[in-house]
Design a protein around this ligand. Structure first.
Ligand code: FUB
Length: 447
């Protein structure tokens, strides 16, 4: 455990790159992401996981969660960390040092932003209560209410404001999930909570409701005894039901929790969720995002988690080719050598190809492309092609022997043909002199 924790802390400290490839950020662990689009800009409100301090190794069954950061998408590919939105010991009604800040949400109503979060209350038997703060800005600072919302208890607040401006709060973890109207000031409930009907048997949490074409989609994390956590959904023509269960949006990912949100951004639906492949530990999670689609009849097509994720790296962003759309005759692993931690394309054989969709070449201003490579053999060649495997070559590199598979150099090469707009690129590897492996590739960068 000690070694593993050390590895994790080192990895996190060294990974400072933010990107719209999966996971979205690697400089800290982020779970339970709620994404919201305000005035055309995308924001994410996740919880955060940390390695438990030694004396608290078993706290909350391994979930050690000290508070919340907020993030916004800047340009097409960079997630800006706005720092702390709320730390656990700053909750006016909260018990100190409980590391119990589970999934939050934030919603806009009448020009103000309301941030909801669960926490353990002082001198209170409830597992979690739900608190709220208000701000004029999506990333705060928020003015926190002195007390939790009376009349409800539970985890995972999920908010929804309907077209008639009525707000609803969904919450809970267990066999039952609940929904309730909020009063106009967003700080108290109106009427009694109702159990969300029509949901399948089994443990459920992570309520999140959205509306599309006048149908209400109630989405939730759902545990199947043989599979573990999945994301499911049910639909209704009314925000509090009755609902009809429609199936799964996402299968279980390697035995972790599954917590999500759904947002429409630039006309496309996106599912935000978390996964733990950065840490190798299912309670140290990282937020991810992938596009979600509907059938003509309004059913949600199952989302397969990808490394590529969403977002379009553009001039000045690293293109993490290891977060590929398709890979042929190559694989990926953690970066070797003294390079800042992350992933690389490796084991690329003669003729290997990696497809990375949606690089944004803007108006064609890019004149050069850099490649970060390491090669222990005599050398090799890389070509970057546009559109398909045998598309036009837009740049190429003669990769020298760099001194080892972990000895990295940056090569720069001219863009041979002006390229505009969003394009799929294919990176092709060719060996020099019959060696079986070509080179390791960490990233490309348009200049
Ligand atoms: O992150 C802590 C808890 O795990 C969340 O509240 C649940 O939804 C699950 O993701």
């Amino acid at each position: 455990m000690k070694n593993r924790s050390f590895f994790i802390v080192t990895l996190i400290a060294a990974c400072s790159a933010l990107s719209a490839q999966n996971p979205l950020v690697t400089h800290m662990y982020t779970a339970d992401p709620t994404a919201r689009c305000y005035d055309g800009k995308l924001y994410v409100y996740p919880s955060s996981d940390v390695v438990p301090p030694k004396n608290l190794a078993n706290i909350n069954n391994g979930f050690c969660m000290p508070g919340y950061h907020g993030f916004s998408l800047e340009g097409g590919s960079t997630w800006k960390d706005h720092g702390w939105i709320l730390k656990e010991n700053d909750v006016p009604w909260g018990e100190k040092d409980t590391y119990a800040m589970w999934a939050p949400d934030c919603v806009k109503k009448d020009g103000k932003y309301y941030y909801y979060f669960p926490a353990k209350a002082k001198n209170d038997k409830a597992f979690r209560r739900i608190g709220v703060g208000v701000s004029d800005n999506p990333m705060g600072p928020f003015k926190w209410e002195k007390n939790y919302i009376k009349g409800i208890q539970g985890i995972d607040p999920g908010l929804f404001v309907d077209d008639d401006n009525q707000a609803y709060l969904y919450y809970g973890g267990g066999q039952k999930l609940y929904g309730v109207k909020l009063s106009d000031d967003m700080k108290s409930i109106e009427g009694e909570p109702v159990e969300i009907s029509g949901l399948p048997f089994g443990y459920k949490e992570g309520s999140f409701l959205f509306k599309k074409d006048s149908a209400y989609y109630f989405t939730f994390a759902h545990v199947f005894p043989e599979e573990g956590y999945t994301i499911g959904y049910a639909t209704s023509d009314s925000p509090l039901g009755p609902f009809v269960y429609r199936g799964k949006i996402m299968d279980n990912i390697d035995n972790g929790t599954n917590h999500h949100s759904v947002v429409n951004y630039n006309g496309r639906w996106i599912l935000f969720y978390h996964f733990w492949h950065v840490s190798g530990h299912n309670k140290l999670r990282s937020m991810c995002a992938d596009y979600m689609e509907f059938t003509k009849e309004g059913a949600i097509k199952k989302v397969k988690p990808t490394l590529r994720g969403i977002g379009n790296p553009t001039i000045g962003d690293t293109i993490q080719v290891d977060r590929y759309n398709e890979i042929i005759n190559a694989s990926t692993s953690f970066v070797s050598g003294d390079e800042p931690k992350g992933w690389m394309v490796c084991e690329a054989r003669n003729g290997a190809a990696v497809r990375f969709n949606g690089v944004d070449f803007g108006n064609g201003e890019a004149k050069k492309m850099m490649a970060r490579v390491a090669c222990e053999n005599m050398g090799c060649n890389i070509e970057v092609r546009i559109g398909h495997q045998w598309g036009k070559v837009i740049t190429k590199y003669k990769v020298p022997h760099t001194g080892g598979w972990g000895k990295w150099v940056t090569l720069e090469s001219d863009i041979l043909k002006q390229v505009k707009g969003k394009q799929d690129i294919f990176v092709r590897f060719y060996s020099d002199g019959g060696s079986t492996k070509t080179c390791n590739l960490n990233w490309l960068l348009l200049n």
